[in-house]
Design a protein around this ligand. Structure first.
Ligand code: SF4
Length: 352
């Protein structure tokens, strides 16, 4: 991890927090800080908008602030850079915070799968990529008539795609694709898994959906054993998991929901209820402190190491750069990649 200049490590937490408050006050409307729900409490408390990746994408497209500081992971800041205006500057406090799942698919490998599947289905095929993907993959999808989706709107995007073509290639999260298709009533035998080393596209001819073999280690860590243990420990509890979880875990839970869906579910639960939540630990912990008249517990403690990379010192580092007139950790996406990725993102935003 890139080291911050020593002055930031020599400051006490109180000094850093006070300096962030001063920087925000000085920059006023010129600055907006976007914070994902999985960020540390100490960081997310400074967010002008807090949300999941869909909500923050919409916020990035809407804000008029000149400086957008994105506390999240790289694909999120990239998305903000694609959606914002040319005179706006997007920065990411911990520039090395990359989502491992986003790194599991690229446009080159996607092109190979696309060619192989097109040889079987002709042009009766459409690509969808999860927002958690690199800009080059979003651009590939945009160029080939497809769209981006998030866990909040995957169902709507799948319906949109199936209204146009009979087959979907979904990347990079196998579980979000699989769980979305199963919830729509597509039988498991019509869901195929792409493996670049061993898949013969002809063997997938009967499938409606082909999913990429990517996964989120934070959510795929939840197991059927975890669900059984939670049911034994908290009789009568409600169990909700994120759709990036294994389909077998989703099937044994009471509900599945995107990050925002999970927050809504906890909010709607009756006072006195116990809700067991299978998602990133920072959010579960925060919900537990927010809703004191019900018990919110994690299905298991599973946190995202890349989301944890952003600290208050990283945040102050980029704010100091803005104040000095030398913005730091700028994220930008240019040329054709930005153009086509925007096409894929705009298709999603129109349907959201
Ligand atoms: S929680 Fe999973 S999908 Fe989200 S940034 Fe972390 S590794 Fe990526």
């Amino acid at each position: 991890m890139t080291a911050l200049p020593s002055q930031y490590n020599e400051m006490t937490d109180e000094q850093v927090l006070a300096a962030i408050v001063r920087a925000k006050a000085t920059l006023g409307d010129e600055l907006t800080i976007l914070g994902h729900h999985y960020q540390r409490d100490e960081v997310v408390q400074f967010a002008d908008a807090r949300g999941d990746s869909l909500g923050l994408s919409q916020q990035a497209a809407r804000t008029t602030a000149r400086y957008i500081v994105f506390c999240g992971v790289y694909f999120m800041a990239e998305t903000a850079a694609i959606l914002c205006q040319p005179d706006q500057i997007v920065m990411q406090p911990a520039i090395e915070a990359m989502c491992p799942m986003a790194a599991m698919a690229n446009d080159r490998e996607a092109s190979k799968a696309w060619s192989a599947l097109s040889a079987v289905w002709g042009d009766d095929l459409i690509p969808i990529t999860y927002q958690n993907s690199v800009a080059e993959l979003k651009a590939f999808v945009g160029r080939n008539g497809g769209a981006v989706c998030t866990s909040s709107n995957a169902d709507a995007l799948f319906r949109w795609a199936f209204a146009q073509k009979r087959h979907i290639l979904f990347m990079p999260d196998r579980w979000l694709g699989t769980n979305t298709a199963l919830a729509m009533g597509i039988p498991p035998r019509e869901i195929g898994l792409w493996d670049r080393d061993s898949t013969d596209a002809a063997d997938l001819a009967h499938c409606r959906l082909v999913v990429w073999p990517g996964f989120c280690y934070v959510h795929s860590r939840f197991s059927v054993e975890d669900v059984k243990a939670a049911r034994a420990r908290y009789p009568g509890a409600l169990i909700i998991v994120h759709p990036e979880s294994d389909a077998a875990v989703v099937a044994r839970s009471d509900a599945t929901g995107s990050t925002t869906g999970i927050i809504d579910y906890v909010e709607r639960a009756p006072a006195g209820a116990t809700i067991v939540v299978g998602t990133e630990w920072h959010l579960v912990h925060r919900l537990g402190r927010q809703f004191t008249d019900r018990r919110v517990v994690p299905l298991r403690r599973s946190s995202c190491r890349t989301m944890e990379m952003t600290t208050i010192r990283h945040l102050l580092y980029v704010l100091d750069g803005i104040l000095a007139g030398e913005p730091r950790n700028i994220i930008s996406v240019d040329g054709d990649i930005a153009t086509w990725a925007r096409v894929a993102l705009d298709r999603m935003l129109r349907l959201s």
